[in-house]
Write a protein of this length. Structure first.
Length: 323
């Protein structure tokens, strides 16, 4: 029994000594590490790169290098965080140079700029990639029209008062010449409406050709507006008017009047009069072909409120009399 107590006390004593030893070992290691990290070192570190200040007239045609390896000089504390995780740095492309082989950047010329981005007393000694070659192409600008792609149906008797309006009706595109040259227009996404009877006021997106890589567009969407009204028909008769008659020649038309049939929206229907159209028959039509025995009408003027116009008859006969 006595021996058992002695052994137990001895084990406790040894265990306490081990703990004390381990404590001082860890403490000593920490102190040593702090001392070592407070010293100045030189080491390499890898950074991810962001390219800034790209010249407006240039466009990257191929992804550039995404990483830079730098030789750094700093306290161990500062270097440690750059070794444990990859940080980001900006490269300024406003100092881009050009030669017969293309565009390039002398990265070591930006050591001070790179050092200023690093926290702490970190000095950039050297950049392993001294020269970065960048695949830039000249950016071409071009203005192209916007074309509406639509599938529209109206309620019976309804229609647009005038053409649907697109704003903007054209956009500017920019990019490599080989891609820009092939683009002649840009279309909207399909705009579908059924049984329309109210005004249209919508914003729709634009479709860029799939082949148009690295092409920028000044607008991603357009606004379309269209005034809708219920239409009704009307008609009136006006006398035949013949222009370019030679002096000393009398022309008797048959018939002497033509009938004008038209459609217009209810809102503006009352504004339509005989003066809303100006229709003539040109004597030069006969003069250019003396075998003809009829003249066809020419619409010189038509009110913006008239959507469709029909003339009856579609041609007139005439008799020439010398005075």
């Amino acid at each position: 029994m006595k021996n058992s107590v002695i052994n137990s006390n001895f084990a406790k004593l040894n265990n306490r000594k081990v703990k004390v030893f381990l404590f001082f070992l860890v403490l000593t290691s920490i102190i040593w590490l702090l001392v070592e990290l407070s010293k100045t070192y030189k080491s390499k570190a890898t950074f991810e790169v962001n390219y800034i200040n790209v010249p407006n007239n240039l466009l990257l045609q191929k992804a550039p290098d995404k990483e830079l390896v730098l030789d750094l000089k700093a306290l161990g504390f500062s270097l440690l965080k750059y070794k444990l995780s990859k940080k980001e740095l900006n490269l300024n492309l406003s100092h881009l140079r050009e030669n017969t082989n293309g565009y390039y950047l002398l990265v070591n010329n930006q050591k001070s700029y790179l050092s200023a981005q690093l926290k702490g007393d970190v000095e950039v000694l050297n950049v392993l990639q001294d020269t970065l070659y960048l695949d830039f192409g000249k950016k071409i600008f071009k203005k192209i029209p916007v074309e509406l792609v639509s599938d529209l149906t109206f309620k019976l008797g309804y229609n647009f008062v005038n053409n649907i309006h697109i704003n903007p009706d054209s956009v500017s595109i920019s990019g490599p010449k080989k891609h820009i040259d092939s683009i002649q227009k840009i279309t909207t996404t399909l705009f579908t409406r059924n049984d329309i009877y109210q005004n249209i006021n919508e914003t729709i997106g634009l479709n860029l050709p799939v082949s148009a890589q690295n092409v920028e567009v000044s607008a991603k969407s357009v606004k379309i507006t269209g005034k809708v009204d219920k239409f009704t028909e009307g008609s009136f008769k006006i006398p035949v008017s013949i222009i370019n008659k030679p002096v000393g020649v009398e022309i008797n038309p048959f018939p002497k009047e033509i009938e004008i049939s038209y459609q217009a929206g209810l809102e503006n229907f009352s504004k339509i009069t005989k003066n809303s159209v100006h229709i003539v028959f040109d004597y030069n039509e006969y003069k250019n072909d003396t075998l003809t025995n009829f003249l066809t009408p020419v619409v010189k003027q038509q009110s913006e409120f008239i959507s469709t116009l029909k003339i009856s008859p579609t041609q007139i006969e005439f008799l020439i009399q010398q005075q």
